[in-house]
Design a protein around this ligand. Structure first.
Ligand code: ATR
Length: 277
Protein backbone atom coordinates (compact mmCIF):
# COMPACT_ATOMS: atom_id res chain seq x y z
CA UNK A 1 0.00 0.00 0.00
CA UNK A 2 1.16 3.54 -0.75
CA UNK A 3 2.55 5.14 2.40
CA UNK A 4 0.37 7.88 3.86
CA UNK A 5 1.59 11.20 5.27
CA UNK A 6 -0.27 14.40 6.17
CA UNK A 7 0.00 17.84 7.70
CA UNK A 8 -2.52 18.69 10.40
CA UNK A 9 -3.49 22.23 11.43
CA UNK A 10 -6.45 24.59 11.74
CA UNK A 11 -6.86 26.47 9.51
CA UNK A 12 -4.96 24.42 6.95
CA UNK A 13 -6.19 25.84 3.64
CA UNK A 14 -3.01 27.78 2.87
CA UNK A 15 -0.50 25.06 3.70
CA UNK A 16 2.30 24.48 1.19
CA UNK A 17 3.36 21.17 2.74
CA UNK A 18 1.46 18.83 0.36
CA UNK A 19 2.99 20.64 -2.61
CA UNK A 20 6.50 20.54 -1.11
CA UNK A 21 6.36 16.87 -0.12
CA UNK A 22 4.69 15.97 -3.42
CA UNK A 23 7.63 17.53 -5.29
CA UNK A 24 10.12 15.78 -3.01
CA UNK A 25 8.38 12.42 -3.55
CA UNK A 26 8.42 12.90 -7.32
CA UNK A 27 12.08 13.84 -7.36
CA UNK A 28 13.18 10.94 -5.13
CA UNK A 29 10.64 8.48 -6.62
CA UNK A 30 9.01 7.57 -3.33
CA UNK A 31 5.69 5.74 -3.32
CA UNK A 32 3.77 7.96 -0.92
CA UNK A 33 0.87 10.39 -0.69
CA UNK A 34 0.79 13.52 1.44
CA UNK A 35 -2.47 15.25 2.27
CA UNK A 36 -3.71 18.12 4.47
CA UNK A 37 -6.04 17.50 7.43
CA UNK A 38 -8.02 20.22 9.15
CA UNK A 39 -7.93 19.13 12.81
CA UNK A 40 -10.90 19.87 15.06
CA UNK A 41 -10.28 22.46 17.77
CA UNK A 42 -12.77 20.84 20.12
CA UNK A 43 -13.30 18.67 22.07
CA UNK A 44 -9.92 18.52 23.76
CA UNK A 45 -9.21 14.92 22.75
CA UNK A 46 -10.12 15.53 19.07
CA UNK A 47 -6.50 16.02 18.04
CA UNK A 48 -5.30 12.74 19.57
CA UNK A 49 -8.30 10.90 18.11
CA UNK A 50 -7.58 12.23 14.61
CA UNK A 51 -3.92 11.23 14.84
CA UNK A 52 -4.80 7.73 16.06
CA UNK A 53 -7.36 7.28 13.29
CA UNK A 54 -4.71 8.33 10.76
CA UNK A 55 -2.25 5.79 12.19
CA UNK A 56 -4.92 3.07 12.18
CA UNK A 57 -5.54 3.79 8.49
CA UNK A 58 -1.86 3.16 7.73
CA UNK A 59 -0.41 6.65 8.33
CA UNK A 60 3.39 6.68 8.62
CA UNK A 61 4.06 10.28 9.58
CA UNK A 62 2.59 13.73 10.10
CA UNK A 63 3.65 17.33 10.14
CA UNK A 64 1.99 19.49 12.75
CA UNK A 65 1.24 23.19 12.45
CA UNK A 66 -0.65 25.79 14.47
CA UNK A 67 -2.41 25.40 16.84
CA UNK A 68 -1.50 21.76 17.48
CA UNK A 69 2.27 21.80 18.11
CA UNK A 70 1.83 21.58 21.89
CA UNK A 71 -0.83 18.88 21.64
CA UNK A 72 1.49 16.83 19.45
CA UNK A 73 4.17 17.28 22.10
CA UNK A 74 1.77 16.00 24.75
CA UNK A 75 0.72 12.82 22.93
CA UNK A 76 4.24 11.76 21.85
CA UNK A 77 5.76 8.58 23.31
CA UNK A 78 9.29 9.72 22.49
CA UNK A 79 10.69 13.20 21.79
CA UNK A 80 14.00 14.47 20.48
CA UNK A 81 16.02 16.90 22.58
CA UNK A 82 15.18 19.66 20.10
CA UNK A 83 11.47 19.00 20.54
CA UNK A 84 11.88 18.85 24.33
CA UNK A 85 13.52 22.24 24.45
CA UNK A 86 11.11 23.83 22.00
CA UNK A 87 8.21 22.36 24.00
CA UNK A 88 6.62 21.88 20.59
CA UNK A 89 6.53 19.27 17.86
CA UNK A 90 6.32 19.84 14.10
CA UNK A 91 6.87 16.29 12.84
CA UNK A 92 5.79 12.85 14.01
CA UNK A 93 6.74 9.36 12.87
CA UNK A 94 4.55 6.36 13.68
CA UNK A 95 6.63 3.30 14.43
CA UNK A 96 5.58 0.01 16.05
CA UNK A 97 2.53 1.63 17.64
CA UNK A 98 4.60 4.50 19.05
CA UNK A 99 4.56 8.22 18.26
CA UNK A 100 8.10 9.55 17.83
CA UNK A 101 8.25 13.35 17.80
CA UNK A 102 10.65 15.91 16.36
CA UNK A 103 10.97 19.62 15.79
CA UNK A 104 12.80 20.49 12.58
CA UNK A 105 11.90 24.20 12.44
CA UNK A 106 15.18 25.40 13.97
CA UNK A 107 17.40 23.07 12.01
CA UNK A 108 15.61 24.11 8.80
CA UNK A 109 16.24 27.74 9.67
CA UNK A 110 19.96 27.16 10.30
CA UNK A 111 20.29 25.24 7.03
CA UNK A 112 18.60 28.01 5.10
CA UNK A 113 20.86 30.65 6.62
CA UNK A 114 24.12 28.71 6.38
CA UNK A 115 23.68 26.75 3.15
CA UNK A 116 21.17 28.69 1.03
CA UNK A 117 22.08 32.22 2.08
CA UNK A 118 25.76 31.28 2.49
CA UNK A 119 26.13 32.84 5.93
CA UNK A 120 28.03 30.58 8.35
CA UNK A 121 26.94 31.50 11.87
CA UNK A 122 30.16 30.47 13.61
CA UNK A 123 31.76 33.46 15.31
CA UNK A 124 28.88 35.79 14.44
CA UNK A 125 26.72 38.01 16.68
CA UNK A 126 23.12 36.80 16.48
CA UNK A 127 19.97 38.53 17.75
CA UNK A 128 16.64 36.71 18.06
CA UNK A 129 13.49 38.76 18.57
CA UNK A 130 10.79 36.94 20.53
CA UNK A 131 10.74 34.16 23.12
CA UNK A 132 7.72 32.14 22.03
CA UNK A 133 7.55 28.74 20.36
CA UNK A 134 9.33 29.85 17.20
CA UNK A 135 12.29 31.26 19.13
CA UNK A 136 12.47 28.22 21.41
CA UNK A 137 12.65 25.93 18.39
CA UNK A 138 15.60 27.86 16.98
CA UNK A 139 17.75 27.99 20.11
CA UNK A 140 19.53 24.61 20.18
CA UNK A 141 20.22 24.47 16.43
CA UNK A 142 21.51 28.07 16.58
CA UNK A 143 23.82 27.38 19.52
CA UNK A 144 25.11 24.25 17.73
CA UNK A 145 26.21 26.55 14.90
CA UNK A 146 28.60 28.21 17.40
CA UNK A 147 27.86 31.93 17.17
CA UNK A 148 30.19 34.21 19.14
CA UNK A 149 27.22 35.62 21.00
CA UNK A 150 23.48 35.14 20.96
CA UNK A 151 20.94 37.57 22.40
CA UNK A 152 17.18 37.01 22.85
CA UNK A 153 15.12 40.19 23.08
CA UNK A 154 11.51 40.00 24.17
CA UNK A 155 8.84 42.38 25.48
CA UNK A 156 8.29 40.04 28.41
CA UNK A 157 11.89 39.83 29.63
CA UNK A 158 11.18 37.11 32.21
CA UNK A 159 10.16 34.77 29.40
CA UNK A 160 13.47 35.34 27.60
CA UNK A 161 15.41 34.92 30.82
CA UNK A 162 13.70 31.64 31.62
CA UNK A 163 14.68 30.39 28.19
CA UNK A 164 18.28 31.52 28.55
CA UNK A 165 18.48 29.84 31.97
CA UNK A 166 17.30 26.61 30.43
CA UNK A 167 19.89 26.44 27.64
CA UNK A 168 22.49 28.94 28.84
CA UNK A 169 25.02 26.19 29.57
CA UNK A 170 25.05 25.27 25.87
CA UNK A 171 26.56 28.53 24.71
CA UNK A 172 26.91 32.30 25.03
CA UNK A 173 23.24 33.22 25.40
CA UNK A 174 21.84 36.37 26.97
CA UNK A 175 18.25 37.60 27.38
CA UNK A 176 17.19 41.26 27.50
CA UNK A 177 14.41 43.75 26.74
CA UNK A 178 14.17 45.79 23.53
CA UNK A 179 15.37 48.93 25.30
CA UNK A 180 18.63 47.22 26.28
CA UNK A 181 19.47 46.67 22.61
CA UNK A 182 20.34 50.36 22.16
CA UNK A 183 23.66 49.77 23.92
CA UNK A 184 24.54 46.40 22.44
CA UNK A 185 26.07 47.35 19.12
CA UNK A 186 25.45 45.73 15.74
CA UNK A 187 24.50 42.14 15.00
CA UNK A 188 25.50 40.09 11.96
CA UNK A 189 22.15 38.30 11.94
CA UNK A 190 18.80 39.55 13.27
CA UNK A 191 15.95 37.02 13.23
CA UNK A 192 12.35 38.07 13.76
CA UNK A 193 10.86 35.11 15.64
CA UNK A 194 7.97 37.14 17.08
CA UNK A 195 4.45 36.70 15.76
CA UNK A 196 4.25 40.47 15.14
CA UNK A 197 4.40 40.17 11.33
CA UNK A 198 1.27 38.03 11.30
CA UNK A 199 -0.68 41.13 12.31
CA UNK A 200 1.44 43.61 10.37
CA UNK A 201 3.12 44.90 13.55
CA UNK A 202 6.72 45.81 14.16
CA UNK A 203 8.65 44.59 17.23
CA UNK A 204 10.19 47.66 18.93
CA UNK A 205 13.70 46.92 17.73
CA UNK A 206 16.10 49.88 17.43
CA UNK A 207 17.46 50.22 13.84
CA UNK A 208 20.99 50.49 15.18
CA UNK A 209 21.13 46.71 15.85
CA UNK A 210 21.37 46.11 12.09
CA UNK A 211 24.67 45.87 10.32
CA UNK A 212 24.76 46.88 6.61
CA UNK A 213 26.86 43.79 5.77
CA UNK A 214 24.57 41.63 7.89
CA UNK A 215 21.35 39.69 7.39
CA UNK A 216 17.76 40.25 8.54
CA UNK A 217 15.58 37.13 8.55
CA UNK A 218 11.82 37.08 8.91
CA UNK A 219 10.38 33.71 9.97
CA UNK A 220 7.00 34.45 8.41
CA UNK A 221 6.89 33.72 4.69
CA UNK A 222 4.99 34.97 1.68
CA UNK A 223 4.12 38.26 3.44
CA UNK A 224 6.41 40.28 1.20
CA UNK A 225 8.28 43.18 2.81
CA UNK A 226 7.03 43.01 6.42
CA UNK A 227 7.51 46.04 8.73
CA UNK A 228 10.57 44.25 10.20
CA UNK A 229 12.18 43.63 6.80
CA UNK A 230 11.35 47.18 5.73
CA UNK A 231 13.06 48.54 8.84
CA UNK A 232 16.11 46.40 8.10
CA UNK A 233 16.24 47.52 4.52
CA UNK A 234 15.90 51.18 5.49
CA UNK A 235 18.81 50.63 7.89
CA UNK A 236 20.87 49.59 4.86
CA UNK A 237 20.95 45.82 5.48
CA UNK A 238 22.12 44.07 2.32
CA UNK A 239 20.53 40.65 2.80
CA UNK A 240 16.88 40.46 3.83
CA UNK A 241 15.06 37.13 3.66
CA UNK A 242 11.74 35.65 4.62
CA UNK A 243 11.07 32.13 5.88
CA UNK A 244 10.36 30.33 2.61
CA UNK A 245 13.75 28.61 2.69
CA UNK A 246 13.22 27.55 6.28
CA UNK A 247 9.82 26.11 5.38
CA UNK A 248 11.27 23.98 2.60
CA UNK A 249 14.35 22.96 4.60
CA UNK A 250 12.36 21.79 7.62
CA UNK A 251 10.23 19.77 5.20
CA UNK A 252 13.38 18.22 3.70
CA UNK A 253 14.57 17.22 7.20
CA UNK A 254 11.24 15.51 7.92
CA UNK A 255 11.25 13.81 4.51
CA UNK A 256 14.74 12.43 5.11
CA UNK A 257 13.73 11.28 8.61
CA UNK A 258 10.67 9.45 7.26
CA UNK A 259 12.01 8.09 3.97
CA UNK A 260 15.79 7.86 4.49
CA UNK A 261 16.48 9.92 1.38
CA UNK A 262 17.35 13.60 1.19
CA UNK A 263 15.49 15.63 -1.44
CA UNK A 264 16.93 18.62 -3.30
CA UNK A 265 15.49 21.89 -2.05
CA UNK A 266 16.67 24.66 -4.42
CA UNK A 267 14.06 24.21 -7.15
CA UNK A 268 11.26 23.91 -4.59
CA UNK A 269 12.36 27.09 -2.79
CA UNK A 270 12.50 28.94 -6.12
CA UNK A 271 9.02 27.74 -6.99
CA UNK A 272 7.53 28.94 -3.68
CA UNK A 273 9.41 32.21 -3.39
CA UNK A 274 7.23 35.32 -3.43
CA UNK A 275 9.20 38.45 -4.35
CA UNK A 276 9.59 40.76 -1.34
CA UNK A 277 8.86 43.91 -3.35
P1 ATR B 1 5.08 31.50 18.26
O1 ATR B 1 4.81 30.05 18.57
O2 ATR B 1 4.71 31.91 16.86
O3 ATR B 1 6.45 31.91 18.63
P2 ATR B 1 3.98 32.56 20.69
O4 ATR B 1 4.54 31.40 21.45
O5 ATR B 1 2.60 33.03 20.98
O6 ATR B 1 4.00 32.30 19.15
O7 ATR B 1 4.98 33.78 20.89
C1 ATR B 1 4.81 34.99 20.24
C2 ATR B 1 6.06 35.83 20.44
O8 ATR B 1 5.94 37.03 19.66
C3 ATR B 1 6.28 36.28 21.88
O9 ATR B 1 7.67 36.30 22.12
C4 ATR B 1 5.69 37.70 21.90
O10 ATR B 1 6.28 38.57 22.85
P3 ATR B 1 5.80 38.56 24.41
O11 ATR B 1 6.22 37.24 24.98
O12 ATR B 1 6.54 39.69 25.03
O13 ATR B 1 4.30 38.75 24.37
C5 ATR B 1 6.09 38.16 20.51
N1 ATR B 1 5.26 39.26 19.97
C6 ATR B 1 3.99 39.18 19.49
N2 ATR B 1 3.59 40.37 19.00
C7 ATR B 1 4.63 41.24 19.19
C8 ATR B 1 4.84 42.62 18.90
N3 ATR B 1 3.92 43.38 18.32
N4 ATR B 1 6.04 43.16 19.23
C9 ATR B 1 7.01 42.40 19.82
N5 ATR B 1 6.87 41.09 20.11
C10 ATR B 1 5.69 40.52 19.81
Amino acid sequence: MTDQYAVIGNPIGHTKSPLIHGLFAEETQQDMVYTAIEGLLEPDEAFADTVRAFVAAGGKGMNVTAPFKLKAFAIADERSERAELAGAVNAMKFEDGRIVAENFDGIGLVRDIEVNLGLPMAGKRVLILGAGGAARGALLPFLSARPAEMVIANRDVTKGRALAAKVGARGPLLACGYGDLEAMGRFDLVVNATSASLTGELPPVPPRVFSPEGTAYELAYGKRLTPFLRLARNAGVRTVADGVGMLVEQAAEAFDWWRGVRPQTRAVIDRLTVALD
